[in-house]
Design a protein around this ligand. Structure first.
Ligand code: AMO
Length: 442
C-alpha cells in the first residue's frame, strides 16, 4: 500500500486523528526494549513518532517482529494514535508491525549524530548520513533556495532555459575544463552556461534563468570548491548598466531572507544560526579600489593595486560589512580587466577596469556577474587583448552579428548560498554527492 502521510502531517493533525487508526512508514531510528514493552521511534523525512509494542496489548506477531528489529530497518506500523507523554504528545499503539527491509550487516555509521562523524566517513556512507534529520535539512533548504530562485525570476518576467552541457569551448578563463570524447571531436563539460544564456537573450528571450550543473576541472583542495556544482544563472537584456543586474541579484537575496523568515526558521534553529541581514537601504556596493584602502587601513592587509581579492581579503571585507554596515552581504564592484573573462564589458573611461561585480555573503563569494560586451568589434578586441584565438570562439561571436541588446547577468553558486546560510564548514556538506579530486563514487 502506498504511504499516504508523512509523520509531520500526522502530528500536525493529531487533534482530529487521536483515537483513530494511522499507518506510519519509515525507518527504525531508535529501539528501546523493556521486555514486555518496546518503544520504536519511527523516522521519516518529516519527523519522528513513537510506536509502542506491549505484551497483552499488541498481537504476538508484532511482539516477535519488534524483538528481532534492527536499527534502520524499514517498517510500517499501524494502530491507534493515542495521547502520550512524548515530545509530539502522541504515539502509535502498534497493532501491526510490517518489516519491509532489514540491514544485512552492522551499520558502518550511526544515523543519529552522524554529523559529528568525520566528513570522509559521512560521504562514503552518505545514504545513512542523509537519513539524519540534521543533514537532510540541508537539502530541504537547498530545494527551497532553488524554488525561491525560480519563483522570484518568474515574477520578474524571466524565462527558464535549458542549455547544452556538452560544449565546444571553455567560457571562464582561469577555470579548467573536463574533456569529453565526443565522436571524432573534442568537446568539454560546460563550466557555465555563460555563452548560451547570452545566446538566449540575443535570440530574443530577453530575460532568462537556468538552474543546472557546471563542471570545473580545478585540482582544488579547499572547503569552498567542488568539481561539479549547481549554478543559478540569470541573463537580462536591455539593461542601462550593471547596477540593474545587481538589483536583480539583490531582489533574489531578499526573497531568500523572506523564505528563511517564513519557512526556514526550523532549519536555522537546528543549526543555531541567525537570519542573514540586508540593510533597508540595500546591499552596500563597494568599488574594489575602495576595498583595497579599507583592507589596508583597517586590517593592515595589502592587496596589490589591480589584483583580485584572495579568500582572506573576501573574509575581511565580509567582516567589515557585518561590523560597520550591518550587512551579511556586500557587493564588490569594478574588477580589473585582467582578472575577468573576455566577455566582460570594460569601463568606457577606464578600460583597465570593468563593469563587473562579486557578491560576498558572510565573507565568501557566492555570485559573480556584470555587464557583457555586446558590440561585435569590441568583443574581437577583447579576445585579442586576452591573447585568445578568435577562431575557437567564432560560433559565439556569430551570435553578435545580427543585433544584440546591451545585456548582463550573474552566476550564483547554490551550494555556497546554502553553506553560508547554515555556516557549514565545508561546501561538500551542501552537496548530496560531491565530486572532488578524490571522489566519483558513491
Ligand atoms: P564564476 O566562475 O565566478 O562565474 O562562478 C560563479 C559562482 O559560482 C560559484 N562557484 C563555485 N562553487 C563551488 N565550487 C566551485 N569550484 C565554484 N566555482 C564557482 C561561486 C561563484 O560566485 N559565468 C560567470 C557568471 C556570470 O558572469 O554570469 C561564472 O561562472 O558562487
Amino acid at each position: 500500500m502506498l504511504k499516504d502521510r508523512f509523520i509531520a502531517d500526522i502530528i500536525a493533525s493529531k487533534e482530529s486523528l487521536v483515537g483513530g487508526r494511522v499507518r506510519v512508514c519509515g525507518w527504525a531510528y531508535r529501539i528501546r526494549d523493556l521486555g514486555r514493552l518496546k518503544f520504536i521511534l519511527v523516522r521519516d523525512r518529516s519527523g519522528v513518532i513513537q510506536a509502542t509494542v506491549k505484551r497483552g496489548e499488541s498481537p504476538e506477531e508484532a511482539l516477535k517482529a519488534a524483538e528481532d528489529l534492527k536499527l534502520e530497518s524499514v517498517v510500517c506500523v499501524e494502530g491507534e494514535l493515542r495521547q502520550a507523554p512524548t515530545r509530539e504528545g502522541v504515539e502509535v499503539k502498534v497493532e501491526r508491525l510490517e518489516v519491509l527491509s532489514t540491514p544485512v550487516e552492522p551499520l558502518p555509521l550511526e544515523v543519529e549524530g552522524s554529523e559529528k562523524a568525520s566528513l570522509p566517513t559521512r560521504l562514503k556512507y552518505r545514504w545513512l548520513d542523509i537519513r539524519n534529520p540534521m543533514v537532510s535539512a540541508i537539502f530541504e533548504l537547498e530545494a527551497m533556495v532553488a524554488k525561491v530562485f525560480r519563483d522570484y525570476y518568474w515574477s520578474q518576467g524571466f524565462v527558464e532555459i535549458f542549455t547544452p552541457k556538452i560544449v565546444a569551448a571553455g567560457t571562464e578563463s582561469g577555470a579548467e575544463v573536463f574533456p569529453v570524447v565526443y565522436f571524432d571531436k573534442t568537446a568539454f563539460l560546460a563550466q557555465s552556461p555563460q555563452f548560451y544564456k547570452q545566446f538566449a537573450v540575443i535570440a530574443g528571450l530577453e530575460r532568462v534563468f537556468e538552474i543546472g550543473p557546471v563542471f570545473r576541472a580545478e585540482p582544488h583542495h579547499t572547503s569552498r570548491h567542488l568539481n561539479e556544482y549547481h549554478s543559478l544563472d540569470i541573463e537580462v537584456g536591455f539593461i542601462e548598466s550593471y547596477n540593474d543586474v545587481m538589483n536583480y541579484v539583490e531582489g533574489f537575496m531578499r526573497a531568500i531572507v523572506r523564505m528563511l523568515e517564513e519557512d526556514g526558521r526550523r532549519v536555522l534553529e537546528l543549526y543555531g544560526v541567525e537570519l542573514p541581514r540586508i540593510p533597508a537601504s540595500g546591499i552596500p556596493r563597494i568599488p574594489l579600489r575602495k576595498a583595497y584602502e579599507i583592507l589596508e587601513e583597517k586590517y593592515g592587509k595589502k592587496v596589490e593595486y589591480g589584483e583580485d581579492l584572495d579568500s582572506e581579503g573576501e573574509r575581511l571585507m565580509g567582516a567589515y560589512a557585518g561590523e560597520e554596515l550591518d550587512s551579511d552581504f556586500v557587493f564588490i564592484v569594478e574588477y580589473p580587466w585582467k582578472v575577468r573573462p573576455f566577455y566582460t564589458m570594460r569601463k568606457d573611461d577606464e578600460p583597465s577596469w570593468t563593469y563587473s561585480f562579486d557578491l560576498l555573503y558572510r565573507g565568501l563569494e557566492i555570485v559573480t556577474g556584470g555587464q557583457r560586451e555586446h558590440r561585435y568589434h569590441r568583443l574581437l578586441e577583447n579576445l585579442r587583448d586576452k591573447g585568445l584565438d578568435a577562431e575557437s570562439f567564432q560560433f559565439y561571436l556569430d551570435f553578435f552579428k545580427h543585433g544584440a541588446p546591451p545585456h548582463g547577468g550573474a552566476g550564483m553558486g547554490l551550494e555556497r548560498i546554502v553553506m553560508q546560510t547554515l555556516k557549514l564548514e565545508n561546501i561538500r556538506e551542501a552537496r548530496m554527492l560531491p565530486r572532488d579530486t578524490e571522489r566519483i563514487t558513491p
